[in-house]
Write a protein that binds this ligand. Structure first.
Ligand SMILES: C[S@@+](CC[C@H](N)C(=O)[O-])C[C@H]1O[C@@H](n2cnc3c(N)ncnc32)[C@H](O)[C@@H]1O
Length: 268
């Protein structure tokens, strides 16, 4: 039973992603070309080939947490905001039959899609749970590695997400996340747009604050390495959000927003 009361941000984000999966639209802000595993430019080719050819599990991510996590056979992996399940499916191939993978997502349409894809591909060491990152339906000290792809920026209470992640990790466990962070403040008008929030822009916080929130709940060895977006990628995301160019100064967004590879550990 969840104790998390959905906020207006949860509702806007849930509606956005429910709509996108119903329409098979891809990617966090939209516009880019990561609509199927065979086309994705986020992952190395050798990872893409671990899933059946032509499998069109949809990606809404902004990076490759699987390579970052360096998963090992036998591990238990938790994916925060698992969406249509793509990273979970990759993770099952890395942990093998002796390991297991849990995906948590608050959007019922995403959970349903992920479950039906797992069934179709015959992947048995994965399960998808509907729930909030701020109140994870996962036992304490039960997970070896947490992965997440372009999700934590969407949470209205990132400190709670980090404290929940810390709770469910085993001592010595690792967190390996791709997420959007900023370098400097976003324009106020952008921060106040719910559609910019749902598109993974407005909810992003400064890298130093992201690190600060993780350290505050106990994570150690926190590392944040930037992967900068090109102007076209940011443009297509902002176009998708239908933001008024005069109201939302794009130059400021180009400068401020980037995807990052983030790792951290729960002390042993
Ligand atoms: C940008 S998509 C990323 C999906 C997936 N990680 C991927 O790479 O394709 C964000 C996902 O996170 C979920 N999500 C966002 N905020 C959440 C929250 N607070 N609790 C649970 N799920 C959340 C959304 O429902 C959506 O499926």
């Amino acid at each position: 039973m969840t104790t998390q009361t959905p906020t207006p941000i949860h509702e806007a984000v849930r509606e956005h992603y429910a709509e996108r999966i119903k329409n098979n639209a891809s990617c966090c802000g939209g516009g880019s070309d990561c609509s199927s595993t065979s086309e994705s430019n986020l992952y190395p080719a050798e990872l893409l080939t671990t899933l059946p050819a032509g499998e069109s599990a949809v990606s809404y991510g902004c990076g490759d947490p699987i390579t970052l996590a360096a998963l090992q056979p036998g591990q238990t992996v938790l994916d925060l905001g698992s969406g249509a399940g793509l990273d979970c499916f990759f993770a099952t191939k890395k942990v093998g039959e002796g390991g297991r993978v849990i995906g948590v997502d608050m959007t019922p349409e995403m959970v349903a899609r992920a479950r039906s894809s797992a069934e179709r591909m015959g992947i048995r060491n994965v399960e998808f749970r509907q729930g909030y990152l701020e109140d994870l339906p996962v036992d304490s000290n039960s997970v070896d590695v947490i992965i997440s792809n372009c999700v934590i920026n969407l949470s209205p209470d990132k400190s709670k997400v980090f404290s929940e992640a810390f709770r469910v990790l085993k001592p010595g466990g690792k967190l390996a996340v791709s997420d959007i962070v900023t370098d400097g403040e976003l324009p106020e008008a952008v921060k106040q747009s719910l559609s910019a929030w749902a598109g993974c822009v407005a909810g992003a916080v400064e890298a130093k604050d992201y690190i600060g929130m993780m350290e505050a709940v106990g994570f150690t060895n926190v590392s944040v390495n930037p992967v900068f977006f090109d102007k076209e990628t940011v443009d297509s995301a902002l176009d998708e959000m239908k933001l008024d160019v005069n109201k939302y100064p794009r130059e400021a967004v180009y400068k401020a927003v980037y995807s990052a590879k983030i790792t951290a550990f729960k002390p042993a």
